[in-house]
Design a protein around this ligand. Structure first.
Ligand SMILES: [Zn+2]
Length: 160
């Protein structure tokens, strides 16, 4: 199955909804081959795994490498419902991902979730800045479907 950008991002946002429903942070990620074939989907699992590094993109890289082999990620694209953090951007680079598309920007996530839910923790580096000058280069694009992604983020906000 090959997916266009919008459909791939819709799936990443759907994964963010599943993450939230499972009690995790509201983030999802989808892996596409260089030809646009759907390879893998992942949800944030920080709470269910009791692992602070279990961001959706990192779960995606680990699961996809284990299931498909490391070569499968070479030249691949990741669609992330939230702009990847510095940790995930680095992990995707080292795994061979060469295009990253995100929905909700880091500043928007900080605005919507930066307070109570994250205990005030913020890592403000932008994904494109983290990967700037990388060799080989990684194409970073976004926002795509930011409003749809933000709807899920808003549901994660603690009641006032
Ligand atoms: Zn991350």
């Amino acid at each position: 199955m090959t997916l266009d950008d919008t459909t791939a991002m819709q799936r990443a946002i759907a994964a963010s909804r599943r993450a939230l429903a499972a009690g995790n942070r509201p983030y999802g990620a989808v892996l596409l081959s260089p030809e646009g074939r759907l390879l893998h989907e992942a949800c944030n699992r920080q709470e269910t795994d009791a692992d602070d590094t279990a961001h959706a993109e990192l779960v995606l890289v680990r699961e996809a490498q284990a299931r498909l082999g490391r070569d499968a990620l070479r030249g691949a694209t990741v669609f992330a419902s939230g702009e990847p953090c510095a940790m995930c951007a680095g992990a995707m680079f080292w795994a061979g991902v060469r295009r990253i598309v995100w929905a909700a920007s880091n500043p928007l996530m900080a605005e919507l979730l930066g307070g109570e839910l994250l205990g005030g923790e913020l890592l403000p580096a932008r994904c494109a800045d983290v990967l700037a000058g990388s060799r080989p280069p990684v194409l970073v694009e976004g926002p795509l479907l930011e409003r749809e992604a933000a709807e899920v983020l808003r549901q994660a906000r603690p009641a006032p």
